[in-house]
Design a protein around this ligand. Sequence first.
Ligand SMILES: Nc1nc2c(ncn2[C@@H]2O[C@H](COP(=O)(O)OP(=O)(O)OP(=O)(O)O)[C@@H](O)[C@H]2O)c(=O)[nH]1
Ligand SMILES: [Mg+2]
Ligand SMILES: [Zn+2]
Length: 359
Amino acid sequence: MNKITMKNLGLSQRFITESILYTGLYIGRVISQYKDLYKIATENGELAAEISGKFRFTVKTLSDYPAVGDFVMLDRNENTSGNAIIHHVLTRKSAFIRKAAGTSNNEQIVAANIDIVFICMSLNDDFNIRRLERYLGVAWNSRAIPVIVLTKADLCDNISERLYEVDKIAIGVDVLVTSSMSADGFLPIKKYFERGKTIACIGSSGIGKSTLINRLIGEETLATQAIRKDDKGRHTTTRRELIVLPSGGIIIDTPGMRELGIESIDLVKTFADIDDLAAKCKFHDCTHTKEPNCAVQKAIHAGLLAEERFVSYVKLQKEAQYEGLNSKQIETEKLTTMFAEVGGMKNARKLIKAKHKKW
Ligand SMILES: Nc1nc2c(ncn2[C@@H]2O[C@H](COP(=O)(O)OP(=O)(O)OP(=O)(O)O)[C@@H](O)[C@H]2O)c(=O)[nH]1
Ligand SMILES: [Mg+2]
Ligand SMILES: [Zn+2]
């Protein structure tokens, strides 16, 4: 492998100029993060770092913290004892941002200082044109160039139809069809990689981002895993990671995300027809599954509403509901939903207790 120089790591004149403001500090690039600990690449190799107390004190929003892809100023560039200290984050030239619903200051930086963002979507189950549309919108805002990467072509028998759909929303954007099942299925992405240029891969879990990157690298660097049929949405890649390719070029692999931060307004706009129907249901809290006089179910039975459309509505609603919650909160939400039928978690606990007593 090539020696990793700061230039290979994407350091351009713009960052060098800014870094000169900080005399006595050294420049590095964040390649991964685990809780409060950052892995930083420097001219002299990798080191572990944490932010300074002063930095922590000045942080106002989540997005002020260093993110993968950031150039940071450190107190050292050698692996001496203890962690290096991050004092500053250099001004980002681009950032792919994910917003937690309802909160304006809860922006999460998915990847910083990227040149291209690969919006990845599989051609089979995960394919969803509306979601692609939203990812595209966020990508344009990131100041990186979006490229749509469709994966798992081998599992799709109507590629041309899907491409036709994508073309309608992807104006001025390259659209690539890939598969990791054939030896050359990754080739369409290859030409986008250049020395010093950073590409981030984003998209849902299990659609083959890491597998595709592995094909490109030509070795199994990143863990990949099949999605278990009974356990959808299980994440294989657990953190963002910046990798310098042997041939030059930089890629940031990210864990699959549920969504970008769907604001409820999106749901309202996209599913106005279903909301209109729902307003006519007998029960105002109708779940449109088994309640009597459900206008939504009636419309589906009458062939006025496509079943799949209703399914994606429910799915999006769930995503919106979970958006912005941490994993513990998501679990609680899931349990609450699960136990809604028996009258909520409290009752569920009682029921479980009662059962144990019987035994
Ligand atoms: N048939 C088929 N399967 C694929 C393809 N690419 C990946 N897979 C399979 O899809 C599963 C998930 O692949 P990953 O690369 O782990 O998916 P990921 O997008 O990185 O998922 P996260 O890390 O959870 O975000 C694995 O079992 C892969 O073998 C493909 O082109 N065709
Ligand atoms: Mg992965
Ligand atoms: Zn209903």
